[in-house]
Design a protein around this ligand. Structure first.
Ligand SMILES: Cc1cc2nc3c(=O)[nH]c(=O)nc-3n(C[C@H](O)[C@H](O)[C@H](O)COP(=O)(O)OP(=O)(O)OC[C@H]3O[C@@H](n4cnc5c(N)ncnc54)[C@H](O)[C@@H]3O)c2cc1C
Length: 189
């Protein structure tokens, strides 16, 4: 996917739906919608914001929301922790573990320190901190390359895998067809 300004601007990504697939999916009530999903090598990480936050311990517990109960997970944060650490190394995450009191235990630190706030953010961050809150920089996956700054599954996953002799990336088969959704699922009950 070529790097362009429209890959980042919220008006293109969200309002003009630049990265919504040109197909219709159907919600559980049978209402059609255009999915915000991207078919490319690297999947949706080619258009994501590269903010790689860990879930918190309590996200795995039962949480009663106003609308419904989010049930307890069969696994806990501690089951995923080693994988978060491995993924953060792979994705070259820049972050800060100490500023946010809800940050869960890390067995390994982020490979890089946080991205410093730009001028626009420095004022609001200081004002929020002065109120006793804990603003912190989002953990970001960054490549260090000017021409492709955010880390994604192509750069850190596919390209790394292609270094092995027994790994090949095959072009997509033609004709490319999405899996048809049975008509019954498209109809309202
Ligand atoms: C605008 C946007 C911003 C986001 N920002 C963040 C963020 O900052 N932080 C974060 O953690 N997450 C973010 N996400 C979510 C994140 O991108 C996804 O959760 C993640 O990419 C999912 O990875 P996946 O491998 O499960 O699926 P995908 O990334 O969707 O990959 C699926 C792959 O399968 C391929 N595929 C699909 N159908 C077929 C088929 N029939 N045959 C062969 N291949 C097929 C697709 O082309 C794609 O490459 C964002 C998502 C979007 C859309």
């Amino acid at each position: 996917m070529p790097l362009s300004e429209q890959n980042r601007t919220s008006v293109d990504v969200f309002k003009r739906e630049r990265y919504h697939a040109p197909e219709q999916w159907y919600d559980r009530d049978g209402e059609p919608f255009s999915p915000q999903t991207n078919y490319a090598v690297g999947g949706n990480t080619k258009i994501y914001a590269a903010a790689l936050m860990r879930m918190r311990d309590r996200d795995f517990e039962a949480v009663q929301y106003q609308a419904a109960l989010s049930p307890e997970w069969p696994i806990k944060y501690s089951d995923l922790e080693p994988h978060y650490s491995e993924a953060e190394q792979l994705y070259q995450v820049h972050g800060n573990m100490s500023a946010d009191p809800t940050e869960p235990e890390h067995s390994q630190g982020y490979p890089h320190g946080p991205v410093e706030y730009g001028e626009v953010m420095a004022g609001p961050v200081a004002a929020i901190a002065a109120k006793g809150f804990h603003p912190t920089a989002l953990p970001l996956s960054l490549t260090g390359q000017d021409d492709d700054p955010t880390g994604d599954a192509e750069i850190f996953g596919i390209e790394a895998a292609l270094q092995f002799e027994n790994v090949t990336l095959k072009p997509r088969p033609e004709p490319w067809r999405s899996i048809p959704i049975p008509l019954a699922k498209r109809l309202k009950p």
